[in-house]
Design a protein around this ligand. Structure first.
Ligand SMILES: Nc1ncnc2c1ncn2[C@@H]1O[C@H](COP(=O)(O)OP(=O)(O)OP(=O)(O)O)[C@@H](O)[C@H]1O
Ligand SMILES: [Mg+2]
Length: 271
């Protein structure tokens, strides 16, 4: 797969202008846990081909928001649409089948399965013995997995290892390979580099860009603002359950972002 630099995708996204339909729209989503309102009316659009970073202090509501997208939580009110269709009643599995992959640091993979089994989990290619008895086509899984890992240039060793023995970055690569193989329309990465060494971190950033270059909309949650400014086309700042600021990466700075993250208003920041 060709790896396009960040600028290319941005120019593509911008040149398509207003005709570029969002792949995901979030409208006025509210959620309370008991008496605490954690999401207080979230609005956000994600367009194909962009990396949209979501930043905010601990407890701002980022993970809660993306769990609404992935079908884990139901909103109290408001709506989330994928390609113009409501996702409100879908289970996490149905959300995945519709092309929304979520990549977490630890949760995404089944530890005791091989890399290939993880990529194909729940969607294994089947064959029929004597044209009757269905069985899983292990050879197809092995072949596809090898070419996929080759394509994302991951240095994952012996193909049939279980993912329990892989490093954090290699686990990320497997989850990302899955998103690439199934041509995810939306990929959500919740602090994908939190536990990674510098080299692996760079790889995850590359994969995020590569997914966007292949046409997916990517939501990238993180706390490291240097990394955020490197990976993102646009940045949304969340503060106490709402999006308080939306900007392109080129138009902002770490200092500005920190101010929005800690509750400064537009007026205070302009002054
Ligand atoms: N299932 C739950 N029940 C009750 N409160 C919850 C639940 N899930 C999250 N919260 C609360 O909602 C708020 C937002 O949490 P969330 O995990 O979305 O924050 P976050 O922005 O992802 O923070 P971090 O950067 O630390 O990951 C927190 O105050 C948290 O305690
Ligand atoms: Mg979180």
């Amino acid at each position: 797969m060709v790896f396009y630099p960040k600028e290319t995708t941005l120019i593509v996204a911008l040149s398509m202008g207003p005709s570029m339909k969002p792949v995901l729209t979030i409208r006025n989503v509210r959620k309370s846990f008991g008496p605490v309102e954690v999401l207080r009316g979230v609005d956000l659009d994600l367009v194909p081909g962009e990396v949209l970073a979501l930043v905010g202090d601990n407890g701002a509501g980022k993970t809660t928001l993306i769990k609404h997208i992935s079908g884990v939580y139901r909103a109290d009110s408001g709506e989330i649409q994928l390609d113009g269709k409501s996702m409100d009643l879908l289970s996490p599995r149905q959300v995945r089948e519709r092309g929304v992959e979520t990549v977490y640091q630890d949760l995404a993979l089944a530890d005791d399965l091989t890399v290939g089994a993880n990529i194909f989990l729940g969607r294994e290619p089947m064959r029929r013995l004597f044209g009757v008895l269905p069985y899983i086509d292990e050879r197809a899984i092995r072949n596809e997995t090898a070419s996929l890992l080759d394509r994302i240039k991951s240095h994952i060793p012996a193909k049939s290892k279980t993912v329990a023995r892989l490093s954090g970055g290699q686990r990320q690569a497997v989850a990302i390979a899955r998103a690439i193989y199934w041509k995810a329309k939306v990929v959500i990465m919740d602090e994908p580099t939190a536990a990674l060494a510098v080299m692996e971190r760079e790889n995850v950033i590359k994969y995020a860009r590569e997914l966007a270059a292949s046409g997916a909309g990517v939501i990238y949650i993180g706390h490291n603002l240097v990394e955020i400014l490197e990976v993102a086309d646009r940045i949304a700042v969340m503060f106490r359950g709402t999006i308080v600021h939306l900007t392109t990466a080129g138009e902002t700075t770490q200092e500005k972002l920190i101010k929005y993250m800690t509750g400064y208003t537009d007026k205070e920041i302009a002054a």
